[in-house]
Each structure stands twice: as structure tokens, then as C-alpha cells.
Write a protein that binds this ligand. Structure first.
Ligand SMILES: Cc1cc2nc3c(=O)[nH]c(=O)nc-3n(C[C@H](O)[C@H](O)[C@H](O)COP(=O)(O)OP(=O)(O)OC[C@H]3O[C@@H](n4cnc5c(N)ncnc54)[C@H](O)[C@@H]3O)c2cc1C
Length: 359
């Protein structure tokens, strides 16, 4: 009998399991052959503390200190630049305020990103808070922590059925059955499917597809020090990555939970939008992929015990914020698992609570 069993070997599950492993015996079950196979292996790996709903920002701020000690080396400076074409001023000005950006001259912007199209780009604003996240390193640090604490991870283990027993839960996989006192649902896009198996009311999670194209560096320039570039209203973004640039339409296309792939039209539209802001002609992508960003109806994370059964704990709805919220979200899960109230103000606690949804 395990004290805690976590379904899902993405960042949500691995970080929660790492925290729980200091409180009892913990097991992670992951369906795929390796960790971070789905959303957690496909992110843009950006940390931006002023991005998302108030509860997301509160989690990002609360977890910041963990990046300095527990997760040393995971963050590195990136910077953020918002660009505005003629006709985009209203959205640009709203983003400027919401994201606490500082406006700079076009000359300064071109100094930072020499391929900006000076004919059409009208305004630019920056923030220094954005950082790159080494997502592989972050997963490995949490995985090592939980193994060092004597807990275990089983990949190639798909949970196929869940039964509530008098003293806990029984989970069945093709490789055998596992018993646990407490069950943590960190199954990402499959979160509602897990709830249904456990006879817990579903939240109404919506997985949203987002695709990404990787381009070689324009004119073989060194793009390493460039900020991430955004169009107003997050209509597209481009970020230095592995020596090249990743470009995304930042689309949110509802999808069933699945192994998502990039759709050609989304990639083409992303590259067309990016092209309007730069002088260098877009080249054929060297790679492309898509992942699912899964949201609750109100776009806040869902963290904590189910109303119907406090031994079923939700850790879902990470949307586009799963990595930079993970340090605080995982501590939140560890706190509620032992009946401790997480240290957030009451409004944030109610914004994150599963009980905000009808049971
Ligand atoms: C294109 C893109 C860009 C993004 N950019 C950023 C960013 O810049 N910064 C950021 O912080 N976040 C970003 N995100 C969001 C981030 O990637 C997600 O929020 C995060 O990865 C979600 O983690 P998760 O563990 O909840 O889900 P997942 O990584 O999907 O993990 C869930 C796991 O549960 C497993 N599972 C499901 N059902 C079962 C079952 N029955 N049995 C066993 N295992 C099961 C699945 O196989 C899966 O591995 C981005 C996402 C995408 C797609």
C-alpha cells in the first residue's frame, strides 16, 4: 500500500510526487515509455511572472524562491519584447499595462534584434522578467529528489481502472494492480477521464492544441541573446531555442486528449504573422510539433481535494503555465495532502479550489 499514488509523469505529476515523497511512500504511474512525453515535452519553456490569471501569477511568485535553491540552474535570462504594427496600438497598449512592460525606442529595439522590420514596426516594449526554463533539468531534479526519498516511477503503466475500497484506492494497469491511501490526478489532458474512472465528478477540462515551428537562425545570426518576441494579444511569438528560433501562432484549438501534432495551416499562419515584423525571409521549418495546453473553464489551475472524496486530489488545468507554476503548485498539493492550508490569501485559495465547480 502506497501513501500517495500520482497518475501522470509530466511536470505536474513529477513535481507533486517529489514533494510528497518526503511525507510518505509515493508511486508515479505514467502510460508512456518516458517522462514528459506529452505537454511537458513540448513547451516553449518560458518563465514570465506577469503572465496568466491572478492565481497563476500568485503561484509563479510563490515558487520563485525554489528556482534559486532547489532548482538552481534551471532558469536563465531571456527577456521579452512586445512589437506593434500600425493598427495594433489598442491591444499593444493594453498588453503594455497588463504585463508591466517598458516602452523603448525602435532604434533600441533594432539594436537588440537586428532583423526587425523598421518600415512597419511602429512601437516596441520590453521586460527583463522573462527567463528560459531548462525543462529537462527541472523534470530530472524532481525525479531525482523523489527517487532519493525512496519513492518510485513506473513508465509504460497505463491506469485502466480505478476502484474505491474501504481503506484506499486500487488502480489496475496491464502490469499489475497498485493500492494507495491517496490518489493524485496529474494526468494533464486526461484529467477528466481519470476522474470518471474514479467516479469523481469531472471538471470540464478543455485541452487546447498549440503548434510550434523551428527555423534555422536568420542569416546565420547568433540569436542566443535575443528576447522572446510577441505580437500584441499573443497573436504569435518567436523565441530563440537550440540555436534557432521557434515560432508559434499561439493558437488555442480545442482538441480531445491525444498525442497532438502540428497542423500545416497553423504553422503557415504563424510564419506569415512573424514575417510581417522582420526583414529576413522565413525559411522552411527544420522541425515542428504541437502540444495540448489544458484549461479549466475559468482558466485557473485546479489544485486540491475533490469535494466528494478528500483522498482524490486534483492537480490539473496548468494550461500554458505548467512549468513556472510547478514549484508552488507541487508544494500546494503536498500541503493539502496532509491537511495543511497552503499559504495563499483566501481569494487565491478559492480561485484554485476544485470546490468552485459543481459536484
Ligand atoms: C506549445 C506549448 C507551449 C508551452 N509553453 C509553456 C511555457 O512557456 N511555460 C510554461 O510554464 N508552460 C508552457 N506550456 C504548458 C506546459 O507545457 C503544461 O502546462 C505542462 O506541461 C502540463 O504538465 P502536466 O504534467 O499537467 O501534463 P503532461 O505533461 O501532459 O503530463 C500528463 C501525463 O499523464 C499521463 N497519463 C494520462 N492518462 C494516464 C493514464 N491513464 N495512466 C498513466 N498515465 C496517464 C500522460 O501520458 C502524460 O504524460 C506550453 C505548452 C505547449 C503545448
Amino acid at each position: 500500500m502506497f501513501d500517495f499514488l500520482v497518475i501522470g509523469g509530466g511536470i505536474a505529476g513529477i513535481s507533486a510526487a517529489a514533494r510528497l515523497s518526503s511525507l510518505g511512500k509515493c508511486l508515479v504511474l505514467e502510460r508512456e515509455p518516458h517522462l514528459a512525453y506529452h505537454s511537458s515535452g513540448r513547451s516553449a519553456a518560458l518563465y514570465e511572472v506577469n503572465y496568466g490569471s491572478p492565481s497563476t501569477i500568485a503561484l509563479a511568485k510563490a515558487g520563485r524562491k525554489d528556482f534559486d535553491c532547489l532548482l538552481t540552474g534551471v532558469l536563465s535570462p531571456r527577456g521579452f519584447m512586445l512589437l506593434c504594427l500600425r493598427g495594433e496600438e489598442t491591444q499593444y497598449e493594453s498588453d503594455l499595462v497588463q504585463m508591466h512592460l517598458t516602452e523603448i525606442s525602435l532604434r533600441e529595439a533594432v539594436g537588440m534584434v537586428p532583423i526587425l522590420n523598421q518600415k512597419d514596426v511602429r512601437r516596441a516594449a520590453v521586460s527583463k522578467t522573462a527567463q528560459d526554463i531548462d525543462t529537462d533539468m527541472m523534470i530530472q531534479i524532481f525525479a531525482r529528489l523523489l527517487r532519493d526519498n525512496g519513492s518510485q516511477i513506473e513508465t509504460n503503466h497505463e491506469v485502466k481502472s480505478i476502484k474505491k475500497l474501504s481503506d484506499g484506492w486500487q488502480l489496475d494497469t496491464d502490469q499489475g494492480s497498485f493500492m494507495t491511501k491517496m490518489l493524485i490526478n496529474a494526468a494533464g489532458a486526461w484529467g477528466d477521464k481519470i476522474a470518471k474512472m474514479a467516479n469523481i465528478p469531472e471538471i470540464g477540462l478543455t485541452p487546447m492544441r498549440r503548434s510550434v515551428a523551428r527555423l534555422s537562425p536568420p542569416s546565420k545570426l547568433d540569436v542566443k541573446g535575443w528576447p522572446v518576441l510577441f505580437g500584441p494579444g499573443e497573436r504569435w511569438y518567436a523565441k530563440p531555442d537550440a540555436g534557432g528560433l521557434i515560432v508559434s501562432l499561439a493558437e488555442e484549438t480545442p482538441s480531445p486528449p491525444m498525442d497532438a501534432w502540428a497542423h500545416e495551416l497553423d504553422l503557415a499562419e504563424a510564419l506569415a504573422r512573424y514575417q510581417d515584423y522582420v526583414t529576413e525571409p522565413v525559411t522552411r521549418p527544420v522541425a515542428s510539433w504541437a502540444g495540448l495546453r489544458t484549461f479549466a473553464p475559468d482558466r485557473s489551475l485546479v489544485l486540491g481535494p475533490a469535494q466528494k472524496d478528500s483522498s482524490f486530489i486534483w492537480a490539473v488545468g496548468q494550461g500554458g503555465y505548467g512549468f513556472f507554476t510547478a514549484p508552488a503548485a507541487s508544494q500546494f498539493i503536498a500541503d493539502v495532502a496532509v491537511g495543511k492550508e497552503p499559504s495563499f490569501d483566501p481569494k487565491i485559495l478559492s480561485d484554485l479550489s476544485p470546490s468552485r465547480f459543481p459536484s
